[in-house]
Design a protein around this ligand. Structure first.
Ligand SMILES: Nc1ncnc2c1ncn2[C@@H]1O[C@H](COP(=O)(O)OP(=O)(O)OP(=O)(O)O)[C@@H](O)[C@H]1O
Ligand SMILES: [Mg+2]
Length: 319
């Protein structure tokens, strides 16, 4: 049976996910993973790669939300020495690094708009050249893309091209939220504890109250949050690992803002950290969205969309 089913869980949602991985893996079809933050999209992408014929070739991950519009082309396609200021040597782009392997385009809906049409063209022709170069290079990569947004909404917001979506979503896979897979919560928690015990050569066990507490929480940060909560409780425990009652105030230590600096506790879910950074920057620039977007290196449109997203999804900060 599928080895990764062990890491995925035993719920019907996990089984469905494992089935999709098995079906998609041996094909060369582009896969689009859609799921909330922390649900394991990158874990799934790696599972697909490792079960494909490309398993011995590289798996290259690119966070599309982190690349600036000016460097996007070079990140993807590489550049020749001297092609722009700072290009001191020829560099490979992600397509070249991932050649014969898998290219994982994470946060794909956040990819700078201008590069999306170029990416689409390369995916369709299989040809590209490095920035400043004339040599035609051929691509041989399998694309797996991921997003924690509804891609249709991203299209409606005008930040994501619909033709690119259709090209990427040949095989769409929804990665379920942890709260939709209740029966996996205890299973995964126990696995994380087993791993820690093995690593640290200890024999700690969960307290009787822990399982009830694990199950009565909604896990907005999904598997990542579960792993963090188990790890924290493990560190605090002598022998009996006690999961504390989970409320949003325990989940998130508030960030500390002081004279232009923001201190974010280690282990803060990325989405919350992003929320803190954006809100603090917005505050710093007195609510000026244009300057905030400029400082953060994102387009005003992306900023606007993030703020909308926060308005809908981020829970109130602890009092
Ligand atoms: N099925 C799983 N078994 C064990 N650990 C898992 C599983 N799925 C996810 N994890 C762990 O949870 C964390 C989050 O996983 P991952 O980075 O793949 O999530 P993601 O969906 O890509 O999140 P984001 O949208 O924030 O990038 C990682 O530490 C990962 O190892
Ligand atoms: Mg990820």
């Amino acid at each position: 049976m599928l080895k990764s089913s062990k890491i995925l869980g035993r719920s019907s949602a996990a089984f469905e996910l494992a089935r999709n991985i098995v079906k998609a893996a041996p094909t060369d079809a582009s896969v689009l993973l859609v799921g909330e933050s922390g649900t394991g999209k990158e874990v799934v992408a790696r599972a697909i790669h490792s079960r494909s014929a490309r398993r011995d070739a590289p798996f290259i991950a690119l966070n599309c939300g982190a690349i600036t519009p000016t460097l996007a082309e070079s990140e993807l396609f590489g550049h020749e020495k001297g092609s722009f200021t700072g290009a001191s040597s020829t560099a490979m782009g992600c397509f070249e690094k991932a050649h014969t392997g898998t290219l994982f385009l994470d946060e794909v809906t956040e990819m700078p708009f201008a590069i999306q049409v170029q990416l689409l063209r390369v995916l369709e022709t299989g040809q590209y050249h490095r920035v400043g170069g004339s040599e035609h290079l051929s691509t041989d990569v399998r694309i797996i893309a991921a997003t924690n947004r509804n891609p249709k909404e991203a299209i409606r917001d005008g930040i994501f091209r619909s033709d690119l979506l259709y090209r990427l979503a040949v095989f769409p896979v929804r990665v379920p939220a942890l709260r939709e897979r209740q029966s996996d919560i205890s299973y995964l928690a126990q696995r994380f504890l087993d791993e820690l015990n093995e690593q640290e050569k200890t024999f700690k066990t969960f307290s009787a109250e822990s399982s009830e507490r694990l199950l009565s929480y909604s896990w907005p940060g999904n598997i990542r949050e579960l792993k963090n909560v188990v790890t924290r409780a493990y560190i605090l425990a002598d022998k009996v690992v006690d999961i504390p009652p989970l409320t949003s105030s325990l989940r998130l230590l508030p960030p500390e803002i002081k004279q232009g600096f923001l201190k974010i506790p280690i282990g803060t879910p990325l989405n919350s950290a992003q929320h803190s950074i954006i809100m603090a920057t917005l505050d710093y620039y007195g609510g000026d969205r244009r300057r905030t977007a400029l400082a953060l290196g994102i387009s005003p449109k992306t900023l606007y969309n993030r703020l909308e997203q926060f308005r809908k999804t981020v829970p109130a900060e602890p009092a």
